[in-house]
Design a protein around this ligand. Structure first.
Ligand SMILES: Cc1cc2nc3c(=O)[nH]c(=O)nc-3n(C[C@H](O)[C@H](O)[C@H](O)COP(=O)(O)O)c2cc1C
Length: 181
């Protein structure tokens, strides 16, 4: 984003920093303006599929061993159930899976209706047609305000031809395959 773009969003001089107040418009604008990949975290627990969507998943936390992290809302009712699986499937959703994202994040809906998934037999559940996949084991937890940071040890990975789905400013912008350097 250009400085002029920031000006428009804050309606103020972009060079001025303001206190990061919880739930303030400024914090929302900065967090929402942070482009992120959309990841479905899914597992089979006691024979039933559970899943949620996360944009806080970050990879490259460690390369040896391969690790990722994810930040779970403390008021999430799905995460405590998913966690019980021990091994969780992380599917980096593909550009054409915006509707799947909304469905997997919905409060009162069958999150898996019409969704093509692949179970591995030991817990993780993967979304077919995604951009890439990681078989993750919960390795640690760290309290972080109203969230809990979860570290994942990645046991298996898979990568397909699809372009990943991005989330930015509450929308799914299409990735432009132009390189500026
Ligand atoms: C684009 C998007 C990103 C999200 N990212 C996260 C996240 O990083 N961490 C999280 O705990 N919930 C995240 N959520 C919310 C969950 O996917 C889900 O909606 C929420 O957990 C539903 O409530 P429940 O856990 O009580 O079922 C996100 C939702 C959307 C739509």
């Amino acid at each position: 984003m250009t400085l002029a773009g920031l000006d428009r969003r804050f309606g103020t001089d972009a060079a001025v920093l303001v206190p990061a107040v919880a739930h303030s418009d400024q914090v929302r604008a900065v967090f929402g303006g942070f482009p992120a990949a959309v990841v479905a975290l899914c597992a089979v627990v006691d024979g039933a599929p559970y899943g949620m969507v996360a944009t806080s998943l970050a990879v490259g936390v460690s390369y040896d061993p391969p690790m990722a992290l994810f930040s779970a809302r403390n008021d999430s009712s799905t995460w405590p159930v998913l966690k019980k699986a021990g091994r969780i499937g992380a599917s980096v959703l593909a550009e054409h899976q915006g509707a799947a994202c909304r469905q997997l994040a919905a409060k009162d809906a069958d999150r898996f209706a019409g969704l093509s998934t692949r179970a591995t037999g030991h817990g993780p559940l993967f979304v077919e047609g995604a951009s890439s996949w990681m078989d993750c084991e919960v390795a640690g937890e760290l309290a972080a305000g109203d969230h809990t940071v979860i570290t994942f040890r990645i046991h298996q990975v898979g990568h397909g031809p699809e372009t990943p789905l991005l989330f930015h400013d509450g929308r799914f912008p299409r990735m432009r395959h132009e390189h500026i350097s």
